[in-house]
Write a protein that binds this ligand. Sequence first.
Ligand code: SF4
Length: 132
Amino acid sequence: MAKEPVKTKELPAALRNANFSEVVLGYSEEEALSEASRCLQCKDPRCISGCPVGINIKKFIKQITEKDFSGAYFTIREKNNFPCICGRVCPAEYQCRKACVLTKKDSVFASPQAINIHFLERFTGDFGMNNK
Ligand code: SF4
């Protein structure tokens, strides 16, 4: 049976009016590994053609599964200097995730089953920033 997508957690509503922390929390290492393991490593990775800057998504996700987070970070940096930002604000629903083979055909936006590429990018970007 196919693994379910790893959902992100959100800061509880009761805490949001008391600080300026992010509401959507990023993946933990365990969550990133689990989500990355869902990638099919397609022969023809459509996700890459869905990325406006052509990040080698297949490769950086594979590096995450191998716990090579530095390698994943530098793979993204070959094409994009701002993985922390893009992992948070890129409209992945109609770019890389929409192009992912796990999105249903003729869908206007990405299907829920599509790999959460943006959250994996955010995890990798934050790893790079925290391990300079
Ligand atoms: S299209 Fe989706 S499943 Fe295939 S390599 Fe890209 S992210 Fe992985």
